[in-house]
Design a binder for this molecule. Structure first.
Ligand code: FCB
Length: 482
């Protein structure tokens, strides 16, 4: 009942109220006379995140093999408007311009993902040097501008050839992934120091393997359990291998989880069981084995046939930091048609939503950060994705005045600041996303970028939020009011 008591405590202390209500602020030295800033530490990391399939394009360049997302997006009816990542933002060819834009905003870190099918076009075997060359060039370009490269080894674009061998449902993938991780680290690990293994393994398992709305389009609880366990195992084995290979190189090793507090629709005493179940499926199935060496009780029967002797020890590896992605709380209620008998319901009345229909609940990020401190040993944490898509139109002068995004980011950063003041070891923030990009099954219609990308010309146009973020970085602080 740990979770329930935490939720109650959170409600009682006002954590469930709006971020502004419980915010304590301090004046930063650089604040304008009329501006009160929530100041962040000098060493705070400020960056943006992207992922390979969502921005790179150039899907056949440099010997890249096909990924599950190429297959999926080219299958009829899988992605809105028939969009694909064939061109995406053409970042593969335009990376220098993108790095320039990051530098102009003052970012000191960039989280990108490495496309496995560029490095090993069929998923196993020797490295494709040309594929690695791209990440080599990118790494150098970033460092030349004072931006630390933060590679993520896997953001859902599995080589199709491995999918043909069962992909994440085949236990052998843990070894394949470990080999691949070592190839990448051997090439750019002399310059890239911050490594994350997987992006949001639970989301990949739920949508790609349980519900089928994402690549590779598999369905069923059985595939969900396999995809979770084999990703956890792959992550643990790769962490261990890189830990061994990284001696003296100063590598900081971590991984990235999607952690979204789950609340029962209708309040803490209603639909409690449904919320606990979805919390286990989404959050704890990856968090608990990594940090506690165990699967959540509610799911143990499902994992039992897959867990071999030594697996839980292999998964529970020391990490130097945890990356968390936060967008919104999830409000759950019973739903017999749901994968685990639960489904999404409405957030509390009056909660605004983004263009994705996701509730805007900034205090949810403080909730998850404080829980990591109180119940998971306060690991060093980076927010590695946070951002929003809104319907937006280019103004008459070609400028997107995205006030909704600014407000979303500002309120979430303030909630992060509150967590920091409460002793959470929060070390950095990466906005999702640098560029408008291929938003998976939603295609290009959902725009998360600080920078608009013209779909015809691929011209980059910084939005108001880009300039706002640059200001935050320069002042190392977030305005407490607008
Ligand atoms: C996260 C994904 C990222 C992007 C954002 C909106 O779950 O990691 O690629 O799609 O959501």
């Amino acid at each position: 009942m740990r979770r329930r008591s935490f939720l109650k405590a959170a409600a009682a202390t006002g954590l469930a109220a709006s971020a502004g209500a419980f915010l304590t602020t301090r004046r930063a030295a650089v604040a304008q006379p009329s501006e009160v800033l929530a100041a962040f530490p000098d060493k705070f990391v400020w960056g943006a995140s992207t992922s390979s399939y969502q921005i790179e394009g150039a899907v056949t360049a440099g010997g890249r093999g096909p990924s599950v997302w190429d297959t999926f997006s080219h299958s009829f009816g899988k992605v809105a408007n028939g969009d694909t990542g064939d061109v995406a933002c053409d970042h593969y060819n335009r990376y220098a311009e993108d790095v320039d834009l990051m530098a102009k905003a003052g970012m000191n870190a960039y989280r990108f993902s490495v496309a496995w099918p560029r490095v090993q076009p069929t998923g196993t075997g020797p490295a494709n040097a040309e594929g690695l060359d791209f990440y080599d060039r990118l790494t150098d370009a970033l460092l030349a501008k004072g931006i630390a490269p933060w590679p993520c080894l896997y953001h859902w674009d599995l080589p199709q050839a491995l999918q043909d061998r069962g992909g994440w449902t085949n236990r052998d993938i843990a070894g394949w992934f470990t080999d691949y991780a070592q190839l990448v680290a051997a090439r750019i690990g002399d310059r890239a120091k911050h490594w994350t293994m997987l992006n949001e393994p639970s989301v990949h398992a739920i949508f790609g393997h349980g519900l089928g709305g994402h690549a590779p389009g598999m369905t069923g609880k059985g595939n969900y359990f396999k995809a979770i366990h084999h990703q956890n195992l792959a992550q643990g084995m790769a962490l261990k291998a890189l830990r061994a290979a990284g001696g003296g190189k100063g590598w900081q090793l971590g991984t990235v989880l999607s952690l979204q507090p789950v609340w029962p629709v209708g309040g803490l005493d209603a639909n409690y069981a449904a919320s606990l179940m979805w919390d286990a499926v989404w959050n704890r199935a990856c968090l608990d084995p990594l940090l506690r060496g165990e699967y959540p009780e509610l799911l143990r029967d499902g994992f039992a046939p897959l867990v071999k002797a030594g697996d839980l020890e292999a998964i529970r590896q020391p990490i130097d930091f945890l990356g968390i992605n936060y967008y919104s709380r999830m409000h759950q209620q019973p739903d017999p048609a749901g994968l685990f008998g639960t489904g999404y319901g409405s957030p509390p009345e009056g909660t605004p939503t983004t263009g994705m229909g996701w509730p805007v609940e900034p205090d949810g990020i403080a909730e998850i950060l404080i829980e990591l401190k109180q119940e998971y040993g306060n690991p060093p944490v980076y927010v590695m994705e946070n951002g929003a898509a809104y319907p937006e139109q280019t103004g008459p002068k070609g400028f997107v005045q995205d006030n909704d995004r600014i407000s979303y980011l500002r309120r979430h950063m303030l909630a992060g600041h509150q967590a920091l003041e409460e002793g959470v070891d929060l070390r950095g923030w990466f906005v999702w996303s640098l560029l408008d990009n291929f938003e998976w099954a939603e295609g290009y219609q959902r725009r998360f970028g600080l920078i608009e990308v013209d779909r015809q010309t691929l011209e980059r146009r910084p939005k108001a939020s880009y300039h706002w973020y640059a200001d935050v970085i320069r002042k190392k602080g977030v305005p407490t009011s607008v």
